[in-house]
Structures are given as structure tokens and as C-alpha cells.
Design a binder for this molecule. Sequence first.
Ligand SMILES: [Ca+2]
Ligand SMILES: [Ca+2]
Ligand SMILES: [Ca+2]
Length: 295
Amino acid sequence: MMRLQLLLALLAAALCRCACSGAERWQEVDGGRWRSLTIQSSTTTGFTLLPGAATGIRFTNSLEEARAATNRVLYNGSGVAVADFDGDGLPDIFFAALEAPCMLYQNQGNWRFREVTAQVGLEIHGMTVRGAAFADINGDGRPDLLLTTVGHGTRCYLNAMPDGFVDVTPLAGTGSGYGSSTVAIADIDGNGTLDLYIANNRAEDIRDRGAIDLKLVGGQMIVPPALQDRLVIMNGELREYGEPDQLFLGDGNGRFRLASWTNGTFLTRPSTISSGSHCSIESSAQPDLESSGQT
Ligand SMILES: [Ca+2]
Ligand SMILES: [Ca+2]
Ligand SMILES: [Ca+2]
């Protein structure tokens, strides 16, 4: 009797598989294939918004209108970075901020987070922070923190947990007066060390000045010498250059060397978009770089 029940159960399972396989069958189309998804009615799908009261995350990236009115660069906002900074297996979250303090939230598990910014030495004073990224720049297995700032370039904070983070920007060599916005990280020269591509914007926008001293010569607008590295007239329109982007080559120990754009390493090919450029490194085995920006 038991053997008969087992046989019937196996038969039912086989029939079910046959019936289901029809619905899951791939449909071949030109250049690809597709099939319908089976949505289980007993499960929920998509994302659920968790309130700060539930997660413990209270961060808000605020910006005073009055300050933004004097520097429209600030309207570009700030970023967020995720990594397991303390090595407990749970991803933690760092929020960059324009005016409010930047904050690091330690994952406590079960969708609960605890703010530990000061505890790990990441209180950032006197800087407007735009971008944030975790990367192990010194190869010790612990994710370090990179922050791009308005007017202070890129700041590097070495992960020295359990003793917190240490600002090593002077040693790293990535500080500057640029208004840096984002950072892309890859081993661009294939030597086993992480390198940084910093996209710089400007620390302030010249349109926020009350007036610009241009000259009209022979019916043509002329940019004065003092502003010729910043302004250009194209097709009768006045445009502002961005600050130059930077490629930093890492030594694997948390120090970086600024690479040259013009020593032959990069080849520039004509852009397919009017306001940007594409560059590719000479060997096809190397990561290529594509950038776009406004003139
Ligand atoms: Ca963690
Ligand atoms: Ca590290
Ligand atoms: Ca490298």
C-alpha cells in the first residue's frame, strides 16, 4: 500500500512538471528569447519603504535656499556609499552631506541601523561633501572611504577598524581646490592596484557672479585674458569650462600619482555627443574610459 502511494505521488509530481514546463517554455524571437514569469500569488513582490523609525536611519541631506542661491553647484546633491566597514558580514551605509553632518550607519541586522559617525572618527568638519565611495585603496582587506568635496578635492579615509577611520588625504595626494563630484575606481593600468578617476565640476559657477567683464571688439565678444581658462564663446554663446578631471594611479599602499592625459597613454577619438569626449587606453585588454561633460 505504501509503495502504491509513493508511486502515485511521483506520478503527480511528474505530471505537474510537464504542465508547468509549457508555461515556462522559452519563445525564440529575432535576436533573443523570452518566456512568461510565474508569479506566486502567495508572495509579495517589489520594494517596501521602511520608515526611519523602523530602521533607525534619520539622515537628511538639507541645503539652505539662501546658500544655494549663491552657488548653484550645490544643487547637484550628494551621494551614498555601502560597504561592510567593520567586517561583520552586514553592509553598512555612509551618507554624504552638503550642510548637515555626513553620517555612517552600522548595520545591526534585521533592517536596523545605528549611527556611529563620531565613534569611528568620520565627523567631517568645514567641507561640503558630494560623492562617497568605499574601496580598499591600501589592499589590507578593509574598505576605505573616498569623499569628493566642493573646493577640497578628494579626501581619503583609511579604515583602521577597530580604531576607526584616519584622514590620510595628504599622504594619498588626492586633495586639491577642485569641486569634485564623483569617483570611479578600477585597476586601469593592470598592475594590481586600484586607481581613481575623479570627475571635477567646479567649486562655484561663474553665472552666480553679478557681472562678468567681457569686451566687445569689432562687434565680437572677447573673453578677457584673466578668464580665458574659464570661459569660451562658442557659436555666439558664452560657456564656462569645467575643472579638469583627474586620473590618479595608486601604488597599492594608499598613495596616488596624478596621470597625464597627454603623454600618449590615452587616445582620443571623435565624440558622438556634442558636449563630451570618449577616450580609450591603447591596449584593448585595459579598461577604457568614457566621459562626458559640459563646456
Ligand atoms: Ca557591517
Ligand atoms: Ca583598506
Ligand atoms: Ca593600478
